[in-house]
Write a protein that binds this ligand. Structure first.
Ligand SMILES: [Zn+2]
Ligand SMILES: [Zn+2]
Length: 483
């Protein structure tokens, strides 16, 4: 018995010490396909290795329970027009349950971590007959941590169900959202007229309970509701809503902007506050928050409140190209009401110049050339230039020749190797009164005597010589003697 027990303890110890396979494996994501593939292994660990353009992609919200480290990268031009397939139970202020669907980059984050990720130019357009929560990053969070993230974009949500929420970062649930930024335009329209909806809007979280610390929100909210409004610059309704989450902190946040809304309801509550629209759950820490937030309630229920107030908008477009460290984008602005938004982001980029030499290669050392940005001077690319290949041989087709004055003879020089940097040959004569040689190696004898015709490679490494003897013909002798 004792033996069996110690064996068991040994086995337990071994199991505890054994490295967990794949625990440190991080999958790097570089493109839209890689991002979408998270859905196939939702509990995995991922990191962005590049900024990712989702222009032209009709994104399917991903149900995620792993880790995603954005490493400071940006997912830009995200467009979401439908909810994910996941159904979770959400609860209203009376804990009444609703089967609910979710939209966002993620439909659900469950025991997940998302950090250091930016969304730029995100756009959400949801029309739902089902209970639904939508947000730019995640529709639903359950014990998930979102830190160091920034979301910038617009969301439009037309609802025809009771439980409806629209958030900047997250829609519904519990977790921590820290050191995040949200710059969002949120539009909600309630088309459920026969029943009163439970409607939620928040720059960080529309409904739920979360540690929210050091977040910065700029919200422009529009909310036309025939049920119960729960609107907050940070959180629409702060409430445990049946989830098991410890006492929290909502501290050191800043909220700017406004929520323009109406609550067309005879039982009017009209919760709309800078931090928490309505709260049913207390806080462990609630301090250091500041705001420049406007609660803009209206009482004309005939017209849906929209960011665009012209009946016939006249929209001008202006494209800002990217800079060396700034994003490019297209800005749309209505000439009538001044409503504006930006989309079609393009990442920062340098202007590449031509290759230019830094160090010319020599016969003994490699050289270097680079391209720099013509705008900011940053070095974009460098490449080594291989050292020059010297000549190794120079052989004349003849090494002796006998000529009479006035005669010519062509000499040919064979230079190797074939890939030598400079195979050209310089010709010279040791005595130009006897013979001269031109640049093509054609020798012309001038007068009696001896001359060395030299072929030297231009790089100076090899040479060869042809010895030339110039003698008079018999007739030339006679002319010399008697002329
Ligand atoms: Zn307008
Ligand atoms: Zn530059």
């Amino acid at each position: 018995m004792k033996k069996a027990l110690s064996l068991l303890l040994c086995l337990l110890l071994l199991a505890a010490l054994a490295p967990r396979a794949g625990a440190e494996d991080v999958t790097e994501i570089r493109d839209a396909a890689g991002l979408a593939a998270m859905a196939e292994d939702p509990a995995g660990s991922y990191a962005l290795a590049a900024d990712i353009d989702l222009a032209g992609v009709d994104w399917t919200p991903v149900a995620f329970s792993g880790k995603l480290d954005g490493r400071g990268h940006t997912i830009y031009n995200l467009s979401v027009t439908r909810c994910g397939a996941e159904v979770r139970t959400t609860r209203d202020g009376n804990l009444k349950p609703y089967e609910t669907v979710f939209a966002g980059l993620f439909s659900t984050l469950e025991n997940a971590e998302v950090r250091d990720l930016s969304l730029r130019g995100a756009y959400l357009s949801i029309e739902s007959n089902e209970h639904c929560f939508a947000a730019l990053l995640a529709g639903y969070i359950d014990h998930s941590a979102i830190s160091g993230c920034a979301v910038e974009g617009r969301a439009e949500f037309v609802g025809r169900a009771v439980m409806v929420g629209l958030g900047g970062v997250a829609g519904y649930g519990c977790g921590s959202i820290t050191d995040c930024k949200a710059e969002v335009e949120l539009f909600f329209e309630d088309r459920l007229l026969e029943r009163r909806c439970e409607q939620f809007m928040g720059g960080v979280l529309s409904c739920g309970v979360a540690d929210i610390e050091r977040c910065t929100v700029r919200i422009e909210g529009y909310d036309s509701c025939h049920g119960y409004v729960h609107n907050g610059g940070l959180v629409g309704m702060y409430y445990l809503c049946g989830m098991d989450y410890p006492y929290c902190s909502v501290s050191e946040n800043y909220v700017g902007g406004f929520i323009r809304f109406f609550e067309a309801n005879t039982d009017r509550r009209a919760y709309c506050m800078p931090y928490r629209g309505e709260y049913l759950t207390g806080l462990r820490r609630y301090e250091g928050n500041s705001n420049d937030f406007q609660r803009l309630e209206t009482f004309d229920y005939r017209f849906v409140l929209r960011p665009e107030s012209c009946e016939d908008p006249d929209v001008a477009e202006e494209i800002t190209p990217p800079g060396c460290d700034s994003w490019g984008f297209t800005r749309h602005e209505c000439r009538g009401c001044g409503h504006s938004w930006t989309d079609s982001y393009t990442p920062p980029e340098h202007l590449s110049g031509d290759w230019e030499s830094v160090e010319a290669p020599s016969y003994t050392a490699a050289g270097l050339e680079r391209r720099v940005c013509t705008r900011c001077g940053a070095v974009l690319e460098e490449r080594e230039l291989p050292a020059l290949i010297a000549t190794e041989s120079c052989a004349l087709d003849r090494h002796e020749a006998a000529l009479h004055p006035g005669e010519t003879i062509p000499l040919r020089a064979e230079v190797g190797p074939a890939d030598a940097a400079d195979r050209s040959v310089r010709w010279s004569s040791s005595d130009e009164s006897v013979a001269v040689v031109d640049e093509k190696g054609v020798v012309t004898a001038l007068d009696r005597g001896r001359a060395e015709i030299r072929a030297a490679t231009a790089d100076g490494f090899c040479s060869d010589v042809c010895v030339l003897n110039v003698t008079y013909t018999f007739g030339q002798w006679l002319r010399q003697l008697f002329g």
